[in-house]
Design a protein around this ligand. Structure first.
Ligand code: AHR
Length: 490
């Protein structure tokens, strides 16, 4: 078995891993909201005010910190007034982005914020820039957050909510270079400045960032909107496409070893994007007041055959678990600048953590990775290095990915994954001056195409792992092929 050397310097604490890096994205798309989160009060599926109990419990168990809503592309077609007031009089609209289906607006502002309260997470609301107005966005924020008297707060009270909600983040538009209005960076910067002015100073305001790795967009936004407290975050979207071909992205379940490796090599492009975007941001904001917000990331494959192409429903395999682990480690390692990330999407869409079918619910391998990584939330990133080897000829694909943090109680959390399909590694780790006495470890490992479904919900699940030995300053563990491992030292 090959040996790898690892070093952890726990005296070198780099940055706080903002818990919102473990955030989520829920759009009015396919069965994410309707069926996945919301089934309506009259549904036989157990619910609280229409919101699925099983899904809420699963999300609470992994302590999700924040949810971004209502889109995505949907956000720039969404008029929030359609989704408040008595349900029977809510306007029905066509969801033009996603399948052309009828959106009955039964899940609106009150329902979303009720969902956040039931889960115990922060809200990240994206306002409509592409087809909305400044007044509409201003009114929405006032409706949700003001404790003063105004027509908007009176309407909120009339609709059953006396106290304002706390909205931590407001997104000003989505992909405004594309589905959010096909704007130039010059034009969007002006529009952003105008919107942010009337939204005010309460919530943290997030601007639409570049499409993948476009430094020119970031440069324009940072130079025109980065100062005077106008912008607390700049978003970034990058999806991993297995074949790199948007026309034929590749299947979520039927792929060979070569496509597995190609997908993971493609996901490592995230490292390059982060490096480049951080570089541009640093030129304008060296004290890091503006966070990089990766508010859409994950694998995007072809839909499952026979499902609505506009619903973006895909399965989730062990490949997705490794991919999640690589990305979460990268976000941890760059937590000096990355303040939030939101996987796309939470339920039934793209790289979902949860799949539902009627009253059944399945937790995907990606869900289990979030579970294994949850101790990193709000912990301090600690320096770590691992000897590595490239495992895909002609492309950058390191076998191993890792990150390490120390929580408030002094426990050390190590997460590491092995992308190789044919090599296990013996990791020999030195932690100078370590005096830990306890070790706990969990592993997620399976065949690279394995997944959980409604007939086999527990084929890919984490288990306790004993191949970890702690001896003073030395930690030795075996890292099996195609696995994600989490270790806690106390
Ligand atoms: O997550 C699906 C879509 O991908 C979002 O609506 C959009 O922002 C992105 O292009």
């Amino acid at each position: 078995m090959a040996a790898l050397k690892m070093t952890i310097d726990k005296s070198n604490k780099i940055s706080k891993i903002n818990k919102e890096i473990y955030g989520h994205f829920a759009e009015h798309l396919g069965r994410c909201v309707y069926g996945g989160i919301y089934v309506g009060e009259d549904s036989p599926i157990p619910n609280v005010r229409g919101i699925r109990k099983d899904v809420v419990e699963a999300l609470k168990a992994i302590k999700i910190p924040v949810v971004r809503w209502p889109g995505g592309c949907f956000a720039d077609t969404y008029h929030w007034m359609d989704g408040v007031g008595p349900k029977e009089s809510r306007k029905k609209i066509v969801n033009t982005n996603w399948g052309g289906v009828t959106e009955d607006n039964s899940f609106g502002t009150h329902e979303f914020l009720d969902f956040c309260e039931q889960v115990g997470c922060e809200a990240y609301v994206s306002v409509n820039v592409g087809s909305g107005t400044v007044q509409e966005a201003k009114d929405w924020v006032e409706y949700m957050t003001s404790s003063n008297d105004s027509p908007m707060t009176a309407l909120r009270k009339q609709n059953g909510r006396e106290e304002p909600w706390k909205i931590k983040y407001i997104g000003i538009g989505n992909e405004n270079w594309g589905c959010g209005g096909s704007m130039t960076s010059e034009y969007y910067s002006d529009v952003y400045n105008q919107f942010q002015q009337f939204i005010g100073w309460g919530p943290q305001k997030i601007a639409c960032g570049p499409n993948s790795n476009d430094p020119a967009w970031t440069d324009k936004l940072m130079s025109k909107c980065g100062g005077w407290g106008r912008m607390q975050g700049l978003s970034l979207h990058y999806y991993t496409i297995p074949t790199s071909n948007w026309g034929k992205k590749g299947s979520s379940v039927e792929f060979d070893e070569d496509e597995y490796y190609k997908t993971l090599a493609n996901t490592w492009f995230m490292e390059r994007i982060i490096r480049d975007q951080k570089g541009v941001m640093q030129r304008y904001d060296d004290d890091k007041k503006v966070g990089l917000i990766v508010d859409e990331w994950g694998i995007w494959t072809d839909v499952i055959e026979g499902t609505n192409p506009g619903f973006l429903y895909q399965q989730n395999t062990m490949r997705d678990a490794i991919l999640a682990s690589i990305n979460l480690n990268l976000f941890n390692l760059n937590s000096d600048r990355i303040k939030m990330a939101n996987i796309a999407q939470m339920v039934n869409v793209l790289q979902a953590l949860i799949l539902t079918e009627g009253e059944s619910m399945v937790l995907t391998p990606t869900y289990h990775v979030f579970d294994m990584y949850k101790e990193h939330m709000d912990a301090m990133l600690v320096y770590s290095n691992i000897e590595n080897k490239n495992i895909y000829e002609g492309k950058y694909l390191p076998a191993v990915s890792q990150s390490v943090s120390e929580d408030e109680s002094g426990k050390l959390h190590i997460t590491v994954s092995n992308s190789s399909l044919d090599e296990d590694f013996d990791v020999d780790c030195v932690i100078p001056r370590a005096e830990y006495t306890t070790v706990k470890a969990r592993i997620l490992t399976s065949g690279y195409k394995d997944f959980n479904d409604f007939d086999h919900p527990e084929d890919v699940c984490p288990s306790d792992y004993s191949e970890v030995k702690l001896c003073g300053e030395k930690l030795c563990f075996t890292l099996p092929r195609c696995s994600v491992l989490s270790i806690e030292l106390g």
